[in-house]
Design a protein around this ligand. Sequence first.
Ligand SMILES: C[S@@+](CC[C@H](N)C(=O)[O-])C[C@H]1O[C@@H](n2cnc3c(N)ncnc32)[C@H](O)[C@@H]1O
Length: 358
Amino acid sequence: MATDTQADRINEEKLSELVETSLVDLGATVHAALAVIGDELGLYVALDDAGPLTSAELAETTDTVERYVREWLRSQAAGGYVTYDPETDRYSLTPEQAHILANEESPVFMPGAFQLVGSVAKISPELKEAFRTGDGIGWHEHDDDVFHGTERFFGPSYGAFLLDWIAALDGIDAKLKAGGKIVDVGCGHGAPTIRMAEAYPNSTVVGIDYHEESIEVARKRAETAGVSDRVTFEVATAREYSGTDYELVTMFNCYHDMGDPVGVADHVRETIGEDGSWMIVEPYADDRVENNLTPFGRLGYSISTLACTPNSLSQDVGYGLGAQAGEDQTREVVTEGGFTRFRRAAETPTSLVFEAKP
Ligand SMILES: C[S@@+](CC[C@H](N)C(=O)[O-])C[C@H]1O[C@@H](n2cnc3c(N)ncnc32)[C@H](O)[C@@H]1O
């Protein structure tokens, strides 16, 4: 009697699909490193400024070596990130390719994201150990490129959407225009903090983060932006930052990172004004796991496994909300922390914006 082996049960069509998926992923994995090189050596920007170019012309413009540039260009073209013209042997960027690769102000600028994903994976040896022990890994334990990549990845989307999000909150825009107090919790390098200081010159903004190095960078960024008169940065945790009667408390892509989101909500309630708003911006996610099994959900769960969840587990309580928590779970912790009103105020394809009020 024949045995039912694994090979007998394989559906060849499904197997081919999975091999194809793996090939795409393998190419994408090496692409991340090469995209960072292209970004840092100015290859994308030069191609946008001066293309169509041969590999020799691009190498000359960027003071790099043609043989490397030629191989890089071909891998970029194979991935659909650069356009190749076989007639002229020249490479160029379409307006869409330039928009995501060479325009640092674009809300969909990707090199920062590649910088983030390439560097966050460097924590793998420690993370493998953490899978066995359950220990956490703090945000501060990551490579510097994680902090810079995060700033460059999220920064342009704050530039594009932040003011619309504030406009969607209950009367906050008018209060800030007249002059109010904002605290941006978990501010990192301060991209959204500085954006708010620029938009509301009559208001004062405090950025707080537990990570000292990020706060030092944020202070420099504020000086460069010329807003140091109205924005200050302090090293503090989300459960212990100072001040009271804030019109607006903000958390951008960091609430799920907190070890004690209920304790944080409790502290926000103590520091927020009577009619203040707490704006929580989180990565887009549905409440049901099966609805997050998408390309964006995959990215969210993966970064969550590498950075967000380990950070939460490294802190007191170790709640581990995760970066794909969705609206219901977020509401649960916020209301457990004492807020009575919670709603989705706005959204983009990649962000959920919640408003909580005391
Ligand atoms: C993904 S980054 C987001 C940074 C910034 N909000 C942005 O959007 O550019 C998460 C930030 O949360 C900070 N963080 C994590 N746990 C914290 C805590 N308990 N208190 C204060 N900051 C915390 C980290 O240091 C890091 O800067």
